[in-house]
Design a protein around this ligand. Structure first.
Ligand SMILES: Nc1nc2c([nH]c(=O)n2[C@@H]2O[C@H](COP(=O)(O)OP(=O)(O)OP(=O)(O)O)[C@@H](O)[C@H]2O)c(=O)[nH]1
Ligand SMILES: [Mg+2]
Length: 145
């Protein structure tokens, strides 16, 4: 009973999220109102399903949320964060946009931002350090995508 409860616990989730670059810009999406952290901007992605790799999860989530195809590149970082409602472990992958004009299928909005405009958007607390690194790492904006 205890083990089964633990396995099905909604308290801990594993997430893959994409740093999707194209022509020096980065794709961000807005979480729908009424969801966890609704209204904040984020890097598109979502929860990994059982037996799914993080790369496959990310490709699926980007199709579902935006209708785009990407090439998943190297892992940029992994972040753990405890929200009052849930403990998340998020794997952020560098990606290149490949096909499909983004559409707001599973998000409230989307936009391409550059190194200067990224910081004008409010993101979840878990993303704070990553945002700082991205803004400081000039070459990732120049080379990726
Ligand atoms: N995708 C994404 N999730 C993030 C980021 N930062 C962050 O704290 N999270 C949290 O990580 C979890 C991701 O789950 P999600 O809600 O995107 O999952 P999902 O797309 O599978 O949604 P669903 O469960 O409604 O199908 C949420 O609790 C979300 O608030 C981020 O930059 N990108
Ligand atoms: Mg999601």
């Amino acid at each position: 009973m205890v083990a089964a409860h633990h396995l099905s616990s909604p308290g801990h989730v594993e997430v893959a999220a994409g740093l999707v670059f194209h022509q020096g810009r980065l794709l961000i999406t807005r979480r729908p109102a009424g969801t966890h952290l609704g209204g904040l901007w984020e890097f598109p992605g979502g929860k990994r399903e059982p037996h799914e790799t993080f790369e496959a999860c990310l490709q699926r989530e980007l199709r579902e949320e935006l209708g785009i195809e990407v090439e998943v590149g190297p892992l940029w970082c992994t972040v753990q964060h405890e929200y009052p409602e849930v403990r998340v472990q998020i794997h952020f992958y560098l990606c290149r946009w490949r096909a499909g004009e983004p559409r707001a299928l599973g998000c409230a909005a989307w936009k391409w931002v550059d190194r200067r405009t990224l910081r004008r958007h409010r993101f979840p607390a878990a993303d704070a350090q990553l945002l700082e690194q991205l803004v400081q790492t000039r070459k990732v904006w120049e080379s990726a995508g």
